[in-house]
Ligand binder design. Structure first.
Ligand SMILES: Nc1ncnc2c1ncn2[C@@H]1O[C@H](COP(=O)(O)OP(=O)(O)OP(=O)(O)O)[C@@H](O)[C@H]1O
Ligand SMILES: [Mg+2]
Length: 305
């Protein structure tokens, strides 16, 4: 026994617990910084995705302003005609004016411009929301039921600019039940898999996203028809810093971090690949997390003294 009345065994256990906590904090920080680094890398693409709709909303507003001027001018003319001494006599000239101003075309085009602009704004709002969800700091989050396919689509939105020029996307989603998880971390896994799949495709290719479930598990597959992975690289894929990409392109942390996130969720990532034909990364997650209290290690029994 020590002076404070605690056994050496207990002190050791407490020290171990503190070390465990420090490790968990360090891992959390690593996770967060990898997430932020990838957002940094994606920033230009996301900016482009936002700029594009903002561009056409701006140009639509210009056209709508012109249409407004024309229509208000015409209303003014109608008003003048209505209150003139002989409104019927004005009819012909008003009709001619209406034709000159191409009012029929404006009436057809105006709802389209408004709809397109509304869609553009909704797209920007969606991207900003996805980005906010994605960058949320994970600490002290509790695992909660989440819609994985919604998360996959949001993540796709964020990385789309990296993929859209060379990738044809195929979705074969089977509906999934809500899955107990840390949604923003699972999205980070999806992002790494999507980016890897895109980077495996040199010029043009296909990424297929599919999903399915059993009674207790769900799976999400990311399949590309890119370069494939040689057999001797397969055992190292999840090693931290294992990368075959040029310096500045890859840090080799994407899969290592994805693996640790999926592990934390009591799931697994399976890989199938053929050189020259492509790869499938399958994320398998339990629908409900095992009872966490049962899963955490029990305190050591007091040493008999
Ligand atoms: N879909 C894939 N097709 C072919 N090779 C892949 C695929 N996914 C991963 N790899 C291989 O696994 C390696 C490790 O992937 P990982 O995502 O961990 O790191 P990275 O992509 O190189 O860098 P980072 O993700 O940190 O930017 C890659 O360098 C690549 O060789
Ligand atoms: Mg990667």
């Amino acid at each position: 026994m020590t002076r404070s009345g605690r056994s050496a065994n207990q002190l050791q256990y407490e020290e171990l617990q503190r070390a465990g906590q420090r490790l968990a904090t360090a891992q959390e920080q690593l996770l967060q910084s990898e997430k932020m680094a990838s957002i940094g890398q994606l920033a230009a693409g996301v900016a482009h995705e936002i700029n594009n709709p903002i561009g056409y909303v701006g140009s639509n507003l210009g056209t709508l302003q012109d249409y407004g001027t024309v229509l208000l001018g015409l209303i003014e003319k109608y008003h003048e005609a209505l209150f003139s001494d002989d409104p019927i006599a004005q009819r012909e000239s008003l009709l001619r004016m209406r034709k000159q101003m191409d009012v029929e075309y404006i009436i057809g085009d105006l709802p389209n411009l408004l709809r397109e602009s509304r869609e553009g704004i909704e797209r920007v709002v969606k991207i900003v929301q996805d980005l906010k969800d994605f960058s949320r700091v994970g600490r002290e989050q509790k695992m909660q039921p989440a819609d994985l396919l919604h998360g996959l689509d949001s993540t796709l939105n964020i990385v789309w600019n990296e993929l859209k020029y060379k990738v044809r996307l195929e979705k074969h989603y089977n509906p999934l039940p809500q899955v107990e998880c840390l949604a923003s971390e699972i999205n980070q896994v999806f992002m790494n898999l999507l980016l890897n799949a895109g980077q495996a495709i040199e010029t043009h290719g296909t990424i297929e996203l599919s999903s399915g479930c059993s009674d207790s598990e769900v799976w999400v597959n990311v399949t590309d028809n890119g370069c494939g992975i040689p057999a001797d690289a397969l055992p190292h894929l999840f090693d931290p810093f294992f990368t075959t990409k040029p310096i500045g392109r890859g840090t080799g942390l994407g899969l290592a971090i994805s693996h640790s996130i999926v592990n934390k969720h009591h799931g697994r990532i399976d890989v199938k690949s053929r050189v020259g034909q492509g790869s499938t990364f399958q994320v398998v997650l339990p629908i409900r997390q095992p009872n966490l209290e049962q899963a955490s290690p029990a305190a050591p029994p007091e040493a008999a003294s």
